[in-house]
Write a protein that binds this ligand. Structure first.
Ligand code: SF4
Length: 315
């Protein structure tokens, strides 16, 4: 399995810049959680890594898996890497699955389309895969339609599809947000077990700090389209260096129920929409801002082993 390297990635929709100068590394077999409020740019970055941005979106910088550049791929080359090199796990399994196709067929189609297997061979592989993602009686489940399954079962089917071609990188875009706490814990445990077995790298998008603590080795915090802090989860949680990270962790502690936290993770003030504020883009909401914060943008700098933060006061 290969490492994922993201270098100076930017994403823009016309004049609106959603992601700016993002550089991250995710070694094979590890999980990076990408965390931030709605509108922080994390989903745009996820789509950039999975090469699922809508046509006409501006993508700059480099997205490499095992040294292979994905950012410049087009057409058939791009279709060829989707699912095989990088795979995407969506939040809304109901929307992602075909409502009028039995789930076994949907899983089997991946093998038929990408590996040219016969319908019978594909069905056999689909059954094996459904069993591997913890679905009891896979033959029975394979004959059902998506609406006949529970939310947790649908997400297991989505995981089966995402991992069918043994990708090197899995981009998981808040896949447990709609699930209750118990089912969420089961899905996180399943993904961790599959990662330990297969060794793929994961980028897990979330706004739930409880999920970050559960699943990730490293965390990168996004604000205004930039990474404002990154480092090993344990170190960042023990001593967050950026005031925004501190606010996210405090907000999560005030909402101990995971499901509520996922819905209501809020801190004082509004995240920037459109034009960014001058200087540090967090300064209008920052409780410890100093004079230079409104005029001078802090660059990201090393503040400890494997840790970076973009704040004048960090370190
Ligand atoms: Fe707050 Fe200033 Fe640090 Fe920005 S640079 S997070 S405004 S202290």
């Amino acid at each position: 399995m290969s490492d994922l390297a993201i270098v100076d990635v930017g994403v823009s929709y016309g004049r609106f810049v959603a992601v700016r100068d993002v550089t991250l590394a995710v070694p094979a077999g590890t999980t990076l959680a990408l965390v931030g409020e709605s509108g922080s740019g994390k989903s745009s970055l996820a789509h950039a890594i999975a090469r699922l941005l809508p046509p006409g979106t501006g993508l700059t910088g480099s997205v490499q898996v095992g040294g292979r550049e994905l950012a410049s791929l087009r057409g058939r080359d791009l279709r060829d890497v989707r699912g095989r090199v990088v795979s995407y796990l969506a939040q809304d399994a109901m929307a992602a699955l075909n409502p009028v196709m039995r789930v076994g067929r949907q899983v089997g189609e991946v093998f038929a389309r990408h590996q040219g297997l016969s319908r019978r061979e594909s069905a056999g592989r689909a059954g094996d895969l459904l069993r591997r993602v913890g679905i009891q009686a896979p033959d029975l489940v394979a004959r059902k339609f998506p609406h006949e399954l529970s939310g947790g079962m649908r997400q297991r089917v989505m995981i089966a599809i995402a991992l069918a071609l043994a990708p090197e990188v899995l981009v998981a875009d808040e896949p447990t947000t709609a699930l209750d706490v118990t089912v969420q814990a089961e899905i996180l445990a399943l993904v961790r077990a599959l990662q330990a077995e297969r060794g793929f790298a994961i980028v897990w998008i979330t706004h739930d700090m409880g999920v970050v603590a559960e699943i990730a080795d490293d965390v990168a915090v996004m604000y205004g389209g930039r990474i404002v802090e990154q480092g090993p989860v344990r170190d960042v949680f023990a001593a967050p260096a950026h005031p925004y990270t501190r606010a996210l962790i405090e907000a999560a502690r005030e909402q101990p129920d995971t499901a509520a936290k996922a819905r209501f993770l809020t801190i004082v003030g509004q995240p920037p929409a459109g034009e960014l504020p001058s200087g540090c883009s967090f300064h209008p909401r920052c409780p410890v801002a100093i004079d230079r914060c409104s005029t001078e943008r802090p660059g990201s700098r090393l503040i400890g082993e494997g840790r970076h933060a973009a704040c004048h006061l960090a370190g």
